[in-house]
Write a protein that binds this ligand. Structure first.
Ligand code: ADP
Length: 170
């Protein structure tokens, strides 16, 4: 039975989740990932499909400039459409990272075979999804993808969050 419960924004944490171009290219994988988000009690605050220019990719991953995989990563992330989500739930950052599994696909296959990267990851670069790794990076990354979103205002909201017709939390 579908039912709706609610949580106050203040009790929740926000994270940025991205479905990378390798997974976006496959509608069934995209759908499976979307279901995974809902099944794991994340509330989708915003989502958008977008394509990066090379410069966006370089700017987002500037901390990796000079690493051996940087050019490959920049090319890949600007190679096709992506879907970005602002997700909310308690411990959203660590929960989404746990669902994704380790960065490197061979490690994901062995240590977390049912994780997103364990199941769908193709290579260490083409690894299906992104997720913020700290509160600080979540703020930066949400602003990067959703400059129009006022995170401070959202976080201080008093009213309950409800998604009619979906179990958003139980
Ligand atoms: P994560 O995405 O798990 O937070 P990092 O921030 O370390 O991982 O790396 C960013 C992205 O760069 C990874 O998701 C992956 O696409 C790519 N990457 C990281 N390490 C490697 C590597 N050793 N070889 C190839 N690509 C890599």
């Amino acid at each position: 039975m579908m039912f709706t419960t609610c949580r106050y924004a203040k009790a929740l944490q926000l994270t940025l989740a991205v479905i990378k171009p390798d997974a976006m290219a496959h509608p069934l994988i995209l759908e499976a990932l979307h279901q995974k988000i809902l099944e794991n009690h994340f509330i989708i605050i915003k989502s958008k499909d977008l394509v990066w220019r090379r410069e966006d990719s370089q700017r987002f991953y500037a901390e990796h400039a000079g690493r051996f995989f940087y050019q490959r990563l920049v090319e890949f992330m600007s190679s096709g459409p992506m879907r970005a989500y602002i997700l909310a739930r308690e411990n959203a950052i660590s929960q989404w990272r746990e669902l994704m599994g380790p960065t490197k696909v061979f490690r994901a296959r062995y240590t977390a075979p049912t994780s997103i990267r364990g199941v769908y990851g193709l290579t260490d670069t083409r690894n299906t999804t992104h997720g913020s790794d700290s509160a600080q990076s979540a703020s930066r990354e949400i602003a990067f993808f959703f400059p129009e979103f006022n995170m401070k205002e959202w976080t201080e909201k008093e009213e309950p969050l409800v998604r009619a017709g979906h179990v958003v939390y139980d």
